[in-house]
Design a protein around this ligand. Sequence first.
Ligand SMILES: [Zn+2]
Length: 358
Amino acid sequence: MAFGFAQAFRTLGKLALAGAIGAGLAAGDVGAEQKTPSPGSAKALFGGAGLPTRGPAQPIGFYAKGCMTGAVALPTDGPTWQAMRLSRNRRWGNPAMIALLERFSQDAVKYAGWPGILVGDIAQPRGGPMLNGHSSHQIGLDADIWFSPMPARRMTAQEREDLPFTSMLQKDKFLTVNPKVWTESRARLLMLAASYPEVERIFVNPAIKKKMCDTWAGDRTNLGKLRPIYGHDSHFHIRIKCPPGAAGCTPQAPVPAGDGCDKSLAYWFTPAPWAPPKPPKPGAKPPKPPREMMVTDLPNACAAVLNAASVASMQAATYGGPSAASALAAAPAAASADDTDEALPDVGPVPNDKPAIQ
Ligand SMILES: [Zn+2]
């Protein structure tokens, strides 16, 4: 690599706190600060939609600003996957995303030596901004996969609520993968996910990206799809391209050429992304808190999506048909904000020049 991580570490040597911040942020113990969305906000309305719309599947808008029609649900169980945190009702996605997850889970067993995968959040039934935890996942083309392998037995709904996340990072070191937890099979799983042409980005913690840059000895063609971002130390996030013919879907700029093991990664190992916000100048007005997103901030079609007729039932809209729909009931507990490792912090160490929402 052309730049010196060692140098970056020396720079950070004095920032004892940065270690704690980096690990803390990455471990995701900041989400609990999120406030409850107000009634009428886009989060409240889309978060309250229990079933998808009827009709053809269409992603509408952008990954971090949009909604969807015609979503299908990933069955709670398949031979090679189990869906997690069922109470959140976020197993919904564009059929292209759900089909990819099924195929990926099979390939993970066949080619990456995995017993099966645990699938985290995909999207809400009609997409849109989530009640908590994510800025993207709004158009059914994003999905979170746990770094923990699927257990050999079928977990109960309660176990799927309670199974703790396992961070791949060392708690007492700044952005460092824990060699006791990280395995070659996890590296294989990531590169398998990156190998599909429809996958356009995979978000991982910067420490994991660095580990891949330093150790991946196989074909590096798709390594550039692995993008470093906050959190994502106990799960990774697969984003697929706008499916062919999805006219209302706004594509993201392609990832830059190369393996991404360059200065765009080195940036994460500098103090800048982890620095606390600058204090306001004496006498200056305190900055306004960001305005809540309203339905009118989303593409126009999203208002109609909220009001459109529902499918008959969750079973009717489950991928693979009603027979694939599991009777495994969601636990009644409301989704809590404290177990996501995706949220950007509302308080605490907010980066000054944090990268644009991805
Ligand atoms: Zn995600």
